[in-house]
Design a protein around this ligand. Structure first.
Ligand code: COA
Ligand code: HC5
Length: 631
């Protein structure tokens, strides 16, 4: 049975290092990492007929009969012997032979660098850590110091190539993404963005950036002998930063990074015309990561705490609050408030959630086990404040960005629930895949609310393959539709409903297995489409068909991101009338976040979250009311 991304020790000798940070050295990806990477299989190109057949099956629950029969005709035409499909398939297979991964560059461009919506809400996920016990600025800075030390401890494992290899279903995973999350940043362009990574440069960075009251500072985190600053030293430096950024009337320069990418690309070119600005921007881009010391946010009840913390991570609360206290292009930004709230936001282009979560798990453990070590107080230089020359044009861009940000903030509706009735334990006790069980609960919730099934996306890891990213598990299936339609039918027997549930759960698990083995349909279809753009004069009709558009209109965009830490992950919906649902299933409870847009009358995050709780409980009671012997 496939297990979760087991963070087990490598069998390849990449055993966990003791957590001592070695002196920083020029990081060179060498022996062990490369040997591991070289052993990974290449992403396959699935057979054409298989994808065509599975595409039709995936359309059945989400398009009407007429559309489906039209799509069947188009597919038959596309896949006929000697047809356009075969030609594209051959080109794709040639591409696969020539590259390390036929998909990864295309995916990076399509999903991220060419995608022009703001990264805020539309792309960058947030993570809320368990609430810490501090409640004042000393506590905030002390925690920040420990967190920085913990991240540097993890960085040492990256630098020494001793990050434990992850496994999925007993197979080792590609570790490339770990080398992309530190010292990197997205850079806006007029039509396409880029990502820079300074970790491999001849002089890798030794500083992080800290932002407080919208003012950015360069904080050197290594001593001249290459040892990392101790927590005490970091605390002292943070205090200096705090004391020289007390003014609260500064221009929120970072808010520019929340704009539509073309707008930001233009504003960026204008901003960096000035040398001072260019140097400051480069210092942020090059830094190992960013720490945002946030101003206090409005207090809310304990019940609302997680939902409020989720939006603090996703967007910072608007221009009045902490949205300007960010550089949203930065790959990794830790966010720490005064009230014990902490978490992070990450720019998604370089990596998926699991490497970020591994880092968090390490850092959280580190902050718990840390003991104060008195360090000789050698005076350290004052961290450098980054200057920005705000010309009238830059000021205008900031004002526009503030307005747009506030509109986006108002539009995002987020509800976090800690589902405490059960976790992975209940589905496991009924011999069901917990992930598939949760996905079927989501299908049931959606059906109950809308009386229809919708295109549903669940992330599947492709990291069994070299440079693998993700494919799509289509959770709405013929079997899930049969299950959700029967569930509230009084005429149906419980035994029949349980049988339908089991069938749907099994079908989902089967799709998952197929996806993680590189045999799902979505990235293959994308590949064929992009190949058509390269090879053909006109677009094959299946890609212009309504069914294909419906297939990609994910009213439910979901992702499981398991963590050891009891954290909540969150992201925005991907369509105007959709939901974003992220969950972290623990042994005995499940953390969920549900997002939606307020501008859509049909969606409501709290209602969907409630429907999900009800669906999970109803599925559990159905299983418990139906004696096993009868199954
Ligand atoms: N009976 C009993 N136990 C079962 C079971 C069954 N029929 N099926 C599964 N289980 C157990 C597993 O052994 C596992 O046990 P563990 O908790 O001891 O490890 C656990 O239940 C979880 O398995 P399951 O719920 O089936 O899911 P999974 O962990 O295999 O995850 C995906 C499924 C799709 C999430 C995973 O394959 C994946 O791709 N993850 C990456 C997703 C990702 O990248 N997300 C972020 C994108 S940015
Ligand atoms: C810290 C949790 C991050 C989860 C992010 C995630 O799941 O991103 C998906 C990536 C992918 O390629 O499937 C995209 N999604 C948010 C739209 C589901």
């Amino acid at each position: 049975m496939l297990s979760i991304l087991a963070r087990t020790m490598a069998k390849t000798g990449m055993e966990k290092s003791c957590c001592l940070v070695k002196p920083v050295s020029v990081t060179r990806i060498t022996g062990r990492y490369l040997a591991h990477q070289e052993g990974l299989p290449h992403l396959p190109v699935p057979p054409l007929q298989q994808t065509c057949q599975r595409f039709i099956m995936a359309m059945e629950p989400i398009v009407d009969k007429e559309e489906l029969s039209h799509t069947k005709e188009l597919i038959a035409e596309f896949q006929k012997p000697g047809g356009v499909g075969e030609r594209l398939q051959r080109s794709l297979e040639r591409r696969a032979q020539k590259t390390e991964n036929w998909l990864s560059d295309w995916w990076l461009k399509t999903a991220y660098l060419d995608y022009r919506m703001p990264v805020v809400i539309h792309s960058s996920p947030g993570v809320v850590l368990p609430r810490m016990e501090f409640n004042d600025r000393q506590g905030q800075m002390r925690f920040a110091a420990k967190l920085i030390a913990g991240v540097l401890d993890f960085k040492a494992m990256i630098d020494n190539e001793t990050v434990p290899v992850e496994y999925l279903g007993g197979k080792p995973l590609c570790m490339h993404q770990y080398y992309q999350i530190l010292s990197s940043c997205r850079i806006p362009g007029l039509k396409q963005d880029t990502v820079v990574n300074h970790a491999q440069s001849s002089r890798p960075p030794t500083h992080i950036t800290v932002v407080h009251n919208f003012q950015f500072f360069v904080l050197d985190v290594y001593n001249s002998d290459g040892t990392p600053l101790t927590v005490d030293q970091l605390y002292g430096q943070l205090e200096k930063i705090w004391n020289s950024s007390l003014q609260t009337n500064k221009e929120p320069i970072g808010i520019l990074t929340s704009q539509h990418r073309n707008t930001w690309g233009k504003a960026y070119n204008n901003l960096i015309k000035e040398k001072t600005n260019k140097d400051s921007v480069r210092a942020i881009q090059k830094s190992i990561f960013t720490v945002c010391l946030d101003a206090p946010m409005p207090r809310v009840s304990d019940e609302m705490y997680h939902s409020r913390a989720a939006v603090q991570m996703i967007h910072g609360g608007g221009s009045r609050w902490n949205s300007g206290n960010r550089w949203f292009d930065k790959t990794l930004q830790f966010v720490i408030g005064e009230d014990g709230s902490c978490g992070l936001i990450y720019e998604h282009a370089p990596a998926e959630g699991p490497p970020i979560v591994s880092l968090i798990d390490h850092v959280v453990e580190y902050t718990k086990t840390f003991e104060m070590i008195r360090t000789p107080m050698v005076p350290l230089p004052m961290p450098k404040k980054l200057r920005f020359n705000i010309t009238p044009e830059v000021k205008k861009d900031i004002e526009k960005a503030k307005q747009n940000m506030n509109i986006m903030v108002h539009d995002l509706d987020v509800k976090v629930i800690v589902f405490s009735h059960f976790g992975k334990n209940v589905p496991k006790a009924h011999s069901m895949s917990p992930d598939a069980f949760i996905q079927m609960a989501l299908q049931l919730s959606y059906y109950r609310m809308y009386k229809r099934c919708c295109a549903t996306y669940e992330s599947a890891s492709l990291r069994m393959f070299k440079l693998g990213r993700t494919d799509t598990i289509r959770s709405a299936s013929i079997d899930s539709a049969n299950f959700v339609k029967a569930f509230d039918e009084p005429a149906r027997q419980n035994t029949e409903k349980v049988a339908l549930m089991e069938k749907a759960v099994k079908a989902h698990r089967a799709y998952t297995n197929m996806a993680i083995q590189g045999q799902a349909i979505d990235r293959h279809l994308l590949g064929l489409k992009l190949q058509a753009i390269e090879d053909l004069a006109s677009m094959p009709e299946i890609f212009m068909d309504t069914s294909y558009a419906v297939a990609l209109h994910y009213n439910l965009s979901t992702s499981q991101v398991p963590a050891k830490t009891d954290c909540v992950m969150c992201f925005g919906p991907v369509v105007p009338d959709g939901y974003g649902v992220c969950y972290n299933p623990m042994a005995n409870h499940i953390n969920f976040s549900v997002s939606a847009f307020n501008s859509c009358n049909e969606t409501n995050a709290a209602r969907m979250a409630k429907a999900l709780e009800d669906a999970l409980l109803d599925m559990q009671s159905l299983l418990e009311q139906t004696p096993k012997a009868k199954l």
